[in-house]
Write a protein that binds this ligand. Structure first.
Ligand code: GLV
Ligand code: MG
Length: 304
């Protein structure tokens, strides 16, 4: 299922005030975090706080996700069991961080299936989002992206990724000084190709300079231009920017609808059953229709 994910809000699972506040923010997705935003000693308490927030909170139409800890820790199975047994009916996806191979996705899929069966939940409804956060994950990304029918998105994790490849920058998402081109181009494209080849969404990770909204817009704009579906947001100021940047402009949306109308008319029997058509000075064919469908789909989802 394709859910809107222009803005994916990170909410620390151990902070009741943020769990409350997030319910009033206009993000497409919230993910309640049990991983890096929760200290080791806070994890057990956070699991229960997350269950309570999912069951008792008012999340409206937002996609509800919980990020569990990665499989190399001792926490993952308890995260999954506590959250899905406690709030499986009020959860859309689990996010698995630091994924390095397809087996890690399959392991989560199997565990989810057992819990769904035990709890009488519909089997397969809870989706999986995976984070690609190191060189191994990127090299394995094609197999990872095909590992489970539960998969919905691939998410780039720039902070862990930059650390894993020794990139010479301490500002997450920023270009390393000394390299004249876009240091993220290959990584983002690699993830995007694996996602699209498997019918998944592609999401860009966090930008940590939360007060610098113009810089956020620039980084988000690059990912959006390539075709990414959305980006993490860490602060209310980033939400509005992400929702705008990952939606088509009104002008592009209107144009896309015109292309679809013109194409439908000219290829129909009434319009002459042609293979291509003119819209003003622009020639449109089946490929233009496909491009227009993408923009129109995103615009309709954004309520344009
Ligand atoms: C997110 O998890 C990141 O590492 O950037
Ligand atoms: Mg990370």
């Amino acid at each position: 299922m394709i859910r809107p994910r222009r803005s994916c809000l990170a909410v620390p699972g151990s902070n009741p005030r943020f769990l409350e506040k997030a319910q009033g923010l206009p993000a497409d997705q919230v993910f309640l975090d049990l991983e890096d935003a929760c200290a080791p000693l806070a994890k057990e308490g956070a699991r229960h706080a997350v269950v309570k927030a999912l069951n008792e909170g008012d999340w409206g139409a937002r996609t509800r996700v919980v990020r569990v800890n990665d499989w190399t820790t001792e926490w993952t199975y308890r995260d999954v069991i506590t959250v899905v047994e406690g709030a499986g009916a009020n959860l859309d996806c689990l996010m698995l961080p630091k994924v390095r191979n397809a087996e890690q996705v399959r392991a989560l899929d199997l565990l989810l299936t057992q819990i769904e069966r035990t709890m009488g939940l519909p089997v397969g409804r809870i989706g999986i989002e995976v984070q690609i956060e190191d060189a191994r994950g990127l090299v394995e990304v094609d197999a990872i992206a095909a590992a489970s029918p539960r998969l919905e998105t691939l998410v780039f994790g720039p902070a862990d990724f930059m650390a894993s490849i020794n990139m010479k920058s301490l500002v997450v998402g920023e270009q390393p000084p000394g390299y004249p081109a876009d240091a993220y181009h290959y990584i983002l494209m690699r993830i995007l190709m694996a996602a699209r080849a498997n019918g998944l969404q592609a999401i860009d990770g966090p930008y940590l300079q939360i007060r610098d909204v113009p810089a956020f817009r620039e980084v988000a704009g690059r990912a959006a231009a390539l075709g990414f579906d959305g980006k993490w947001v860490l602060h209310p100021g980033q939400i509005e920017a992400a929702n705008e940047i990952f939606s088509p402009t009104q002008e592009d949306y209107d144009h896309a609808e015109l292309i679809l109308d013109a194409y439908e008319y000219h290829t129909s029997a009434v319009g002459g059953a042609k293979g291509s058509a003119m819209l003003g000075d622009e020639m449109i064919d089946e490929a233009s229709r496909k491009m227009a469908l993408v923009i129109a789909g995103k615009g309709r989802a954004a309520g344009l």
